[in-house]
Design a protein around this ligand. Structure first.
Ligand code: ATP
Ligand code: ATP
Ligand code: MG
Ligand code: MG
Lengths: 256, 256
């Protein structure tokens, strides 16, 4: 049965999409079958995996509002073992439509049931907010993976995020846990990065991955070629870090 | 009468809050009376201006859902001529409450009317989405100011943002225009920055500010001290760029 992870953080630009794409690719590269669900109206995960706008016919929006079966939304990516459910702009209006469905928070969970046996991992890339779309992802997920940019504003939002996870666990999804916190865009030259990393480890200890994702320009160039960093330049520091992260994640999953 | 600018971009982490805080401070420093409205549930603009969590009693959330007068929400900042309406976490649920008010899109516009004569500029810091809260900001505003990070994913979202501005102008606020696009986190060492800047100027010409905000670590350190970069280190490249941006903005406003 697929292990479902929601990649969440309401702070914008912290590396959610980049982590979902590259971690997904690294897991697929070691033979795990992976489904990436793009839940962000911007559709960055779909673009980063080279899915043409023309192929985003049936999307995660249609899935959420029950306008499509999950089978009709799944598109293979250029990477073996990695499929994606693309996103579309209609997602930015999804909150007001979800609220009319019953129950509004469980639409994604129910919609993904038919494909649970087809994948080892389902990664859900969330938008930068704690709205009903993100809550749907947290209800469908077994755990949350939190990319955390090594910056002050990103640190400030962490307690709000963790208390939302607690609330969803208490009221909607008792199995939901924090799978891990991944430090991203770490810059060795910048004292602030070090301070944030130390601060987070002091508060959250073993929940914080050992693997740190460095700031690395090749990572931000890759999406303009429609390819994950792992394919665009697998030798670069960013790609190597995501390969290491996948390894550490699989170890954590075995020890569960 | 105050000139109202909504600082918008649904892409996360592009420098909306940093621009609202530092542009607001630079305008206040040259004698303009400025009100900063923090519309993001994360409350980063409130923190970046050193507003204690304890002082965020009546917030922009209360203003939106008509639970407070505007006068009761305004808090002076440590900077002369700069006031702020702080944000609170309840904003992440505001969309579902706004929908029950009539008309849902004009709540902020109506709420700000009583203070229009008290300020020269009102800057509205928006959350990273195109939801009803951001639409409220676009309906209240005379123009939008768009911070654009010099990265590929940020460029991808620009056309969606500009078509949303067009839609709001056609249906809700005929005066709404694009005041300008500010290139942020520009890194001279990174070819991608140059490519994005050239691309945006080719498409949008004079709408793009001449002033470019460089990536500058002092800018990202300032919020942890609760002070704008202009006060934390006014000689750094980031602060100087925001001072220059304020000057260019005032020139644009005079030429209107
Ligand atoms: N390790 C890295 N090194 C350099 N750039 C990075 C790295 N990770 C991500 N980026 C870049 O930083 C920007 C933000 O990353 P990304 O879009 O993945 O964040 P996000 O959290 O998904 O954003 P949003 O909140 O808008 O969904 C992107 O332009 C991306 O290419
Ligand atoms: N010119 C700059 N140089 C270096 N760091 C910067 C610069 N501008 C902003 N930052 C940092 O980048 C991060 C993102 O900026 P900011 O929070 O202002 O973006 P935002 O668009 O308001 O994000 P959100 O979408 O979450 O509201 C912050 O940690 C900020 O301190
Ligand atoms: Mg994203
Ligand atoms: Mg912000």
């Amino acid at each position: 049965l697929a292990r479902k992870l929601a990649v969440v953080n309401q702070k914008g630009g912290v590396g959610k999409t980049t982590t979902a794409i590259n971690l997904g690719t690294a897991l697929a590269a070691v033979g795990r079958k992976v489904l990436l669900v793009d839940l962000d109206a911007q559709g960055n995960a779909s673009t980063g995996l080279g899915i043409d706008r023309a192929k985003r016919d049936r999307t995660s929006y249609h899935l959420l509002v029950r306008a499509s079966t999950v089978g009709a939304t799944i598109v293979p990516s250029a990477i073996p073992n990695l499929d994606i459910i693309p996103a579309s702009v209609e997602l930015s209006g999804a909150e007001l439509e979800l609220v009319e469905l019953n129950p509004p928070q469980r639409q994604l969970d129910e919609a993904l049931r038919p494909v649970m046996r087809d994948y080892d991992f389902i990664l859900i890339d969330c938008p930068p907010s704690l709205n009903l779309v993100t809550v749907n992802a947290m209800v469908a997920a077994d755990a949350v993976l939190v990319p955390l940019q090594c910056e002050f504003f990103a640190l400030e939002g962490l307690s709000q995020l963790l208390s939302t996870v607690d609330r969803v666990r208490r009221t909607l999804n008792p199995k939901l846990e924090v799978q891990g916190i991944v430090l991203t865009m770490f810059d060795r030259r910048n004292r602030l990065s070090e301070q944030v990393a130390d601060d987070v480890r002091a508060h959250l200890g073993a929940k914080v991955y050992d693997t740190i994702i460095p700031r690395n320009v090749r990572v931000s160039e890759a999406p303009s070629h429609g390819r994950p960093a792992l394919l665009y330049d697998h030798r670069c520091a960013g790609s190597q870090a995501y390969i290491q992260l996948a390894g550490e994640m699989l170890r954590r999953e075995r020890q569960r």
